[in-house]
Design a protein around this ligand. Sequence first.
Ligand SMILES: NC(=O)c1ccc[n+]([C@@H]2O[C@H](COP(=O)([O-])OP(=O)(O)OC[C@H]3O[C@@H](n4cnc5c(N)ncnc54)[C@H](OP(=O)(O)O)[C@@H]3O)[C@@H](O)[C@H]2O)c1
Length: 446
Amino acid sequence: MLQGSPMACPRSNHHVQQLLLDANNTRASDTPGRGDVCDRSSHLHFASSKNSRFQGVWEFASHTVENATYSETFCPFIKAKASPNYTSGSETMAQQIPKTAKQWSIVGTDGLDSLVYSEELVPEIGDTQVLVRIQGASLNFRDLLIAQGKYPWPVKPNVVPGSDGAGTVLAAGKHVTRFQPGDKVITTLNQKHISGSLDAESLQYGTGASIDGTLRCIGVFDEHALVHMPEGLSFVEAATLSCAGVTAWNALFGLPGKRVAPGQWVLTQGTGGVSIFALQFAKAVGARVIATTSAGENKVELLRRLGADHVINYREVEEWGVAAKEITGGTGVDLVVEVAGGKTLNQSVEAVKLDGTIAVLGFVGGEAEATGVPTLLQTWMRLFTARGLWVGSRDQMEEMCRAIEGDVDQLRPVVDRVFKLEELKEAYEYLLQGKHQGKVGIDISA
Ligand SMILES: NC(=O)c1ccc[n+]([C@@H]2O[C@H](COP(=O)([O-])OP(=O)(O)OC[C@H]3O[C@@H](n4cnc5c(N)ncnc54)[C@H](OP(=O)(O)O)[C@@H]3O)[C@@H](O)[C@H]2O)c1
């Protein structure tokens, strides 16, 4: 069932464009803190856990908590008691902080079988960290890859998965300046990418991969790994912005001199999370969109409802890139948001215009094959820009959040099914089937 009401209000293109102009002229003055890559959490696992490390032992990395019992569990908020860890040295909503909280971990690389649900001691926060009650999350294709051991970037053992999360600040370390208890926040995926270009260090810090993520009831995050949540969204809707939202925003507006502008043509592929956001953002700035899909009437209807000017079934029209170019009158599209990978790149090259851009993001259509993929020489022979990108910076995330807050009806994230935290395996399976439209959500409210 679809939630949200896309296209319920007239567009306010001017507003979004102004935000883009403003963002060009500003830069965050903050510098990233040096949070730990691994949480300093203590562990209390059920004896049924698959990993021998978890066989009913208490592991205290940095502190001892006395008298904690399974009944003092967080999520739902039952019998929550103040933890002594948060009564001094930090701003708190101490009465809401229990000693333990539910969480998922990835133990191994066996896909769904690697997902382990357990109850953990709530970690202490450092001086620059923030304790967040996570109330909504969402899933990405990336989460499937991480559980299968196929993710190409660093993954720490037994990581708490999930890059996407939104919730409420419970406590803030004494040097935290960006947030205070009660603030509603969203996690960022690439925690060290604050602004400008990526660097080698920032590639090492992925939420839900090398750093514990959001598929838990309470999490500790560096204050620089969070942004304020836009008004008007639910926690699940807001969570969808951490990965798919900001990636689409970056694809459309992240390359100086090639930002999507009114009247330009954008080609999106399929009805997954990134592509749906790309369609919404493109329409918000007055661009024209050609969307592809493999699926039936309901997906075509969704694309139309969100403003797609043309929809092509890529299963029925093998040369959909050629068809897209014809739709533009033979010129080609300004931007292809390429999410499918090796099987679609050739048609993306057919679709793109002279001096246009292909934003290369992923391989949801299957792993790139060694043969048949266009070579880099094509960028010269056909004269286009191929741009690989990884999510987006915190500045871009904040820019996107402002745009959404200013036009929440048109830019409301499209959320398909919402599962409970304890139903995570079903949610992963649903995502794997690829029947979803937009995002698959996780409700962690209670
Ligand atoms: N680089 C980055 O920073 C970044 C960030 C986010 C995601 N990604 C990557 O981007 C890709 C998409 O992510 P997502 O979260 O949007 O995935 P998703 O929600 O799981 O997307 C699933 C949809 O992709 C479409 N699809 C599958 N094969 C296709 C093909 N051959 N041609 C066109 N569409 C196809 C299908 O749409 P229909 O059912 O309509 O056909 C399917 O429903 C993934 O590879 C992901 O890893 C990269």
